[in-house]
Ligand binder design. Structure first.
Ligand SMILES: [Zn+2]
Ligand SMILES: [Zn+2]
Length: 249
């Protein structure tokens, strides 16, 4: 695992090529996305390193319900007993993690993009094939400021999944983009700002159109924190432009 403070009180925990973000506010924590099943143990270790206890976690938010972001959500819910927010459109995927819409057959990607193999193998080793469903989630409301540590504004960015949301932490100058805009696509191994391949994206045209909604969050120095890959500090508009240039794939 890799743990690093990427903005004021915002920590990036990278495990098996998936990012989890821990946001601190006055000793209380928000966990954004929960990684894979094996990430649960890693998250505990990360909290210890940050000088926190599991009981400091006040809430969790899921940007969307894909298995690589909800893998530890059932544990977070049952062991920490904290509320978890997710857009309602993704509730059915959360309950049944392997039934999600995607445009292209997944099996062709490792053959076409051999660079993706390491990441996919690492995700599998972290339990990608044994994610439990999670229910009892709270509906994430777009346009609303959520009263959890970091006070994120919910930015609806459908396309990757139909309920995908980004989180804008204006006070920290941070935009958590989840899988709406990533800097590493685990399905192709390609780096740089882009939407995720059709192997895991429900509607690429909609995903590309949703990028427009990220642009107003840009203060000029906003750090973009994706679901996969490194943080991007080259500006939200520039990241969006690059992602559009890459396009659907
Ligand atoms: Zn995803
Ligand atoms: Zn993902």
């Amino acid at each position: 695992m890799m743990l690093r403070e990427v903005a004021d009180g915002v920590h990036r925990l990278e495990h098996a090529y998936v990012n989890v973000y821990v946001v601190e506010q006055e000793g209380r924590l928000l966990v954004v996305d929960t990684g894979l099943p094996a990430t649960w143990r890693v998250l505990g270790e990360a909290l210890r390193r940050l000088g926190h206890r599991p009981s400091d976690v006040a809430a969790a938010v899921l940007t969307h319900a894909h298995f690589d972001h909800t893998g530890s959500a059932a544990m977070v819910r049952s062991r920490l007993g904290v509320p978890i927010w997710l857009h309602e459109e993704d509730f059915t995927i959360a309950a049944d993690p392997y039934r999600y819409a995607h445009e292209n057959a997944r099996a062709i990607y490792p053959l076409r993009y051999p660079r993706s193999l390491r990441g996919l193998a690492s995700m599998t080793a972290a339990g990608a094939l044994s994610v439990r469903g999670v229910e009892g989630l709270r509906p994430l409301r777009p346009g609303v400021e959520l009263l959890v540590p970091g006070r994120p504004q919910v930015v609806f960015t459908p396309g990757h999944t139909f309920g995908h949301c980004a989180l804008h932490l204006a006070e920290r100058d941070v935009l958590i983009t989840g899988d709406a805009l990533v800097t590493l696509d685990p399905y192709t191994g390609r780096r740089g700002p882009q939407i995720i391949a059709g192997a895991a994206t429900a509607d690429s045209a909609q995903a590309l159109a949703s990028l427009e909604r990220l642009v107003p969050c840009d203060s000029g120095s906003t750090v973009l924190l994706p679901g996969h890959g490194e943080p991007w500090s080259g500006g939200v508009a520039a990241a969006v432009e690059r992602a559009r240039a890459v396009g659907a794939h």
